[in-house]
Design a protein around this ligand. Structure first.
Ligand SMILES: Cc1cc2nc3c(=O)[nH]c(=O)nc-3n(C[C@H](O)[C@H](O)[C@H](O)COP(=O)(O)O)c2cc1C
Length: 326
């Protein structure tokens, strides 16, 4: 059970927490190879993996030299594996013939895979979609080429590039990739629960499952599904443990980026944590305050309220509640 790379989301702290809570592996958000190769500071932060093991760095790019150089830099900085992005549908990435646009030119894609494979001794994997569109479902062919080039695994998001995120991920279409290659195949797309993971594995025949969006605000989800798949009954994480994870994440972002930028980075996570705490955990005004406040103490107090019944935890508020009841 893996945590998917989510650009702007799966920062170092989210990956650390997801892994500590049971994810088998986590993947960095994509790092533009050319930027990492020229020493860009923000790319270095994205590729950071202290406390994460295995530390997998995902690279996106369209030219062999920067891809190879970025892979070497990532490994020198502690990466245990390199994943190559051939699935991103974004125009800024595909415009530069990177991400899923590479699935329109498998010879070019193969040259990039070969360049990275030759550059580093650690495992190299590739994450792809089913194809560019339904007329060209060439993920099995790309996986075969990856295997022939000595790569170590593939992840397939069960949509085409032209679907972006529309429709449902087609888990059964991933089976064609499993049948085309001896490499381990990880299936991805729309898995939000243990039941989904079981159905995805059954339909695809994949060796593992990768979860992205459903884990935002719930970094414990991947580990919970992993435990379920392993047949272990895991008591759900307590509300205290959830708020501790969310707090660690928030404080970690501030430590990583500094307060001003850390607070901005944290907003999407705070919104997701509040939503994960349950519908109506915060009233609309407090939810708005949670995602707009630049005061960390205020945000952390609201986060606690979202996850924990304040009447039981905050003596002042408990007194008011009891007083009102009386
Ligand atoms: C906000 C966002 C950012 C993403 N960033 C990346 C990325 O950096 N690299 C990548 O390979 N895929 C990226 N993806 C795709 C996800 O890894 C995953 O393939 C997709 O969301 C489907 O899985 P899910 O339904 O579990 O979210 C991104 C998706 C989203 C929604």
């Amino acid at each position: 059970m893996l945590l998917a790379p989510l650009s702007g989301v799966t920062d170092l702290h989210m990956r650390r927490i997801a892994q500590r809570l049971g994810a088998s592996a986590v993947v960095s958000e994509m790092v533009a190879a050319a930027e990492l190769a020229r020493g860009d500071a923000e790319s270095q932060v994205r590729a950071e993996g202290e406390g994460v093991s295995p530390h997998v760095v995902q690279l996106a790019g369209c030219a062999e030299n920067p891809m190879a150089e970025a892979a070497r830099i990532a490994v020198d900085n502690g990466a245990d594996a390199i994943d190559i992005n051939m699935g991103c549908p974004a125009k800024t990435v595909t415009g530069g013939v990177a991400g899923s646009a590479l699935m329109r030119d498998l010879d070019h894609a193969a040259r990039l895979l070969a360049a990275v494979r030759e550059a580093v001794a650690v495992p190299v994997t590739v994450k792809m979609r089913l194809g560019w569109d339904h007329a060209s479902l060439n993920a099995p062919e790309l996986a075969r080429r990856a295997e022939a080039l000595g790569l170590n695994g593939v992840t397939v998001h069960g949509r085409t590039r032209q679907q972006f995120y529309k429709g449902r991920a087609d888990w059964s279409a991933i089976r064609a990739v499993v049948e085309a290659t001896g490499l381990p195949v990880i299936a991805n797309g729309d898995v939000t629960s243990l039941e989904d993971a079981r159905a995805c594995l059954a339909a695809s025949g994949a060796a593992g499952v990768m979860v992205g969006r459903a884990a935002v605000g719930r970094p414990w989800l991947v580990g919970e599904i992993a435990a379920g798949l392993a047949g272990r009954t895991l008591a759900p994480l307590s509300a205290e443990a959830r708020v501790a994870a969310a707090t660690e994440h928030y404080e970690g972002l501030i430590a990583l980026y500094g307060q001003a930028m850390g607070v901005r980075h944290a907003r999407k996570h705070l919104a997701a944590y509040a939503d994960a705490a349950g519908p109506g955990a915060l009233n609309p005004a407090d939810r708005r305050r949670l995602v707009t406040t630049s005061d960390p103490a205020d945000a952390l107090g609201l986060l606690r309220r979202a996850f924990l019944d304040p009447a039981f935890l905050d003596p002042a508020s408990a007194a008011t509640t009891i007083g009102e009841a009386a």
